[in-house]
Every structure is written in structure tokens, then in C-alpha cells.
Design a protein around this ligand. Structure first.
Ligand SMILES: Cc1ncc(COP(=O)(O)O)c(C=O)c1O
Length: 445
């Protein structure tokens, strides 16, 4: 089973054709197919590579809702580029262990270059570094572990409180729970956190207990960007670690139109940006960046006699997060940047921002719809006149079943609303019109 057989060539050709056809028609897959009654059993003899692929192609993959469908507007989708997908497929076959320079060779150099590109986007100086992990959740955890280690290494108490913007992603609470920390919320969940609001929360806790401050640059629910310059100023005054979660929103720093909203991000001690969200990279790929990578290395490098050969003065991606063995998940991102160029990325981000602006305008213009705040980035929130929470849920299910799209409800200001998140440049104004028309029809019936 480790040496390719003749039949594998035709399977490979079929996978290649299938992959390109899928990428050429990403809008052809809603609603997802119903799951078949069963799966092939795991048997002593096995059913062979071709039959297994046919199961995947015909019975598994069609039952999933592809996150790159142009009308996948729920949560935070992801629309990988063709170059990114092809590189990802190649990485699987490469046998590359990308935890260390010793083993990863120039693959590590390319991942470091991709980290550097993101660090430049943030505005970090030459000491910056980081790595790619599986998701924003692990990136946030890695940052907070580094923050605590930094305190202890400076002779301070480890601390037990994380002060987080009320809008912070749920993964921040998970990270705090893993670390045995309490979360103190700052500000309002639906509005950008200000310096004054942070001070109010910081005044409620003993400074010596604060592990770090976490703020959002693109809150998941609303897209709001906290006032990072004010927050960085308050953190610097108190010697507190500032982590900016820009997992979703960080990509928007490429847009000259909205770049200014991120002012001050370069002063953060750490930043999360997920290429698998709005930087067109296949799942899974999230970056954790540190202003001073040496601090993170001191926190995360694993030590064991058998690891001495890889730890010898090297630049190892394993050293910057809660992981050791790792896939070269930064390579699809790097390959796509190199292949397509930054201008294409800038254009694609602008396209998404433009689509969000169009959606907001259409909502404002419709009598039966209410726009919930102007979109700060590419999240658009809306309400339908007279709808209850269950109307939103029922419409959402019906819209998916009818192939209209994946649009899910949320809560803003304690009330139900619909949330549209635009991270796919292939989402067109016609897609928006289709979704809004479906809301209109549902309202009339
Ligand atoms: C702002 C933010 N942070 C963190 C996360 C968690 O990222 P992941 O799902 O990649 O773990 C998300 C996910 O949507 C997010 O929007």
C-alpha cells in the first residue's frame, strides 16, 4: 500500500479533473446532497484505492456545504485560490515535516517569507516572527501562553485574568479555560472597544493578575474593529501584553480604504490573522505573529534530548505555537501569493468590501428590511420587519434547502438578526439580490 500501482494513475487523473472542475463551478453545489445510508466498512482486505475514491467523490464530499460557495455567507467562509489548492495537494504528497529547518529545508524558508509578508502588513519591525497553525483558536491560545510565559520570565506573577473585548471570539474564552484563567469582558459586544472602556475594566482587576488584554480587529459577529491605537496606549502604560485577534479582519489591512481602522496594530505584542478566512488559502492555515519572536520561542520551544539536533540555533516553525509536528500549511498561502501577486489580493479584498457595501445599500433601500449599523468591514447585519427569532431560523433552513444560500441568524443588541459575511470575491451582486429576494418572498407569505 506504500508503492503506487497502475490503477493509482487513473485515480490521480480523475482527482485532478474533479478538483479543477469543482473549482471552476463553485456555485454548483447547493443544496448539499443527502447523506447515503451507509459507508463502506473497514474490512480485512480493504476495497482498493479506486473504489474508496469513488465513495469520497460520490457519497462523502457532495454532502458537505462547500465554504467557497459564493452564497456561503454564514460564519466566516473561505475561498481558496487555484494556486493555493494545487500547492496544498502537493504538500500532502511531499512527505515534508515542517516543524524544523533541519527537515523542512527551503519549505521552512518559504513559510518564514509568508510570515514576514504578514508581519509587514501589520507594520512589525525586524524582530517579528511567528508560524502557521491550524486555526485562529490555536493561534489565540499560543499568543496567550506566550504572554503568560513572558510575565513569569520577567519575575512577575503568572496572572489569572484575561481582559478581553466583549466582542472577542469564543476561542478566547476556551483558551482562558485551558489556561485556568478567568475572562473579564471590556466594552460592549456590538461596538468597537475604546481605550476608556478598557480602563474601566482594568480598574476592576488587580494589575498583577492580568495575563493579557485581547481585542478584536474584525469581530466575528459584527466586523467591528476595536480602537487599537487607544488600547495599545493603555496597555503600554501598564506594561500589559496586547493581543489583537485579526483572524477574520486582518486581511482588510490590504485595502487602502479601511487600513486606517487598524491604526496602532503594529504596537500589539501578538496578532492572529487567518489566511484560511479572507486570504484565500485552503483550510487549515492561521498565522500567529509576535512583535518579538524571541519571547514566543522562549515560551513554546519544546526541549528533549532527542530534539537537540533540531534546536541547534535554528529557525523552527515548531517553536512559535502549541505544536511540534506540523504540516507545511503556510506553503499554499505562500504559493498563492507568489503565483498571483499582491495586487490580485488587494483587488479581491476590495471586491468583497464592495459586495458588502452593495448588500448594505440594498438592505437600506428595502422597506421590509432594516440595516443594523453600517458595516465596518465585510459583515452586514440586517433585520426583517416583524420577524421573530424562529422566523430567521426557519427561513435560514428553507433557504439552504432551496439552494438560495447558507445564511444564518445571530443576535445583535439582544435581538435576532441575519448576518452576511463576505470573504469570497466570487460572490456577485446577483447573489445578494437572490438572497434578499428570498427574504422578501418569505416576508410576504
Ligand atoms: C475573530 C476570530 N478569531 C478566532 C476565530 C477562530 O478561528 P478558527 O475557527 O480558525 O479556529 C474566528 C473564527 O471565525 C474568528 O472570527
Amino acid at each position: 500500500m506504500h508503492a503506487p500501482h497502475f490503477e493509482d494513475e487513473s485515480v490521480l487523473a480523475d482527482i485532478g479533473r474533479w478538483a479543477l472542475a469543482r473549482l471552476a463551478a463553485r456555485d454548483a453545489t447547493l443544496p448539499a446532497a443527502a447523506a447515503p445510508a451507509g459507508l463502506p466498512a473497514v474490512t480485512e482486505a480493504g476495497i482498493g484505492v479506486a473504489a474508496t475514491w469513488h465513495w469520497m467523490r460520490d457519497a462523502l464530499l457532495p454532502t458537505a456545504i462547500p465554504a467557497d460557495h459564493p452564497r456561503y455567507l454564514a460564519f466566516v467562509g473561505g475561498a481558496p485560490t487555484v494556486a493555493g489548492v494545487l500547492a496544498d495537494m502537493a504538500i500532502s504528497a511531499s512527505g515534508v515535516y515542517a516543524g524544523s529547518e533541519l527537515e523542512g529545508g527551503h519549505v521552512v524558508a518559504a513559510e518564514v517569507a509568508a510570515v514576514r509578508w504578514l508581519a509587514d502588513l501589520v507594520g512589525y519591525g525586524p524582530l517579528a516572527g511567528g508560524t502557521f497553525v491550524s486555526g485562529g483558536s490555536l493561534a489565540n491560545l499560543s499568543a496567550l501562553v506566550a504572554a503568560r510565559h513572558d510575565r513569569v520570565s520577567r519575575g512577575r506573577r503568572a496572572g489569572s485574568v484575561i481582559v478581553a473585548a466583549a466582542s472577542a471570539h469564543s476561542s478566547v474564552r476556551s483558551a482562558a479555560a485551558i489556561m485556568g484563567c478567568e475572562v473579564v469582558a471590556a466594552g460592549h459586544p456590538d461596538r468597537p472597544l475604546t481605550g476608556a472602556e478598557l480602563v474601566t475594566s482594568l480598574d476592576r482587576v488587580a494589575a498583577a493578575d492580568v495575563v493579557a488584554v485581547v481585542v478584536s480587529a474584525g469581530a466575528t459577529n459584527t466586523g467591528a474593529v476595536d480602537r487599537i491605537d487607544e488600547l495599545a496606549h493603555e496597555c503600554a502604560k501598564r506594561g500589559l501584553w496586547l493581543h489583537v485577534d485579526a483572524a477574520y479582519g486582518g486581511a482588510a489591512m490590504l485595502s487602502a480604504r479601511v487600513r486606517d481602522r487598524f491604526r496602532g496594530i503594529e504596537f500589539a505584542d501578538s496578532v492572529t490573522i487567518d489566511p484560511h478566512k479572507w486570504l484565500f488559502t485552503p483550510f487549515d492555515c492561521a498565522a500567529i505573529l509576535y512583535r518579538d519572536s524571541a519571547v514566543a520561542k522562549a515560551a513554546h520551544r519544546q526541549r528533549a534530548a532527542y530534539l537537540d539536533p533540531v534546536n541547534d540555533g535554528a529557525e523552527n516553525p515548531a517553536d512559535y505555537a502549541v505544536h511540534l509536528t506540523r504540516r507545511a500549511r503556510g506553503i499554499p498561502f505562500w504559493a498563492s501569493l507568489v503565483a498571483n501577486g499582491v495586487e490580485s489580493y488587494r483587488d479581491a479584498i476590495e471586491e468583497c468590501l464592495g459586495t458588502a457595501a452593495y448588500a448594505a445599500k440594498q438592505v437600506e433601500a428595502a422597506d421590509h428590511l432594516e440595516l443594523v449599523g453600517e458595516p465596518e468591514l465585510s459583515v452586514v447585519l440586517l433585520r426583517c420587519s416583524g420577524w421573530t427569532a424562529s422566523d430567521y431560523r426557519d427561513w435560514s433552513k428553507a433557504a439552504l434547502a432551496a439552494g438560495v444560500g447558507l445564511v444564518t441568524p445571530t443576535e445583535v443588541g439582544g435581538q435576532a438578526a441575519l448576518r452576511l459575511c463576505f470573504v469570497n470575491p466570487q460572490t456577485s451582486t446577483a447573489d445578494i439580490d437572490l438572497v434578499l429576494a428570498s427574504l422578501g418572498e418569505w416576508s410576504r407569505n
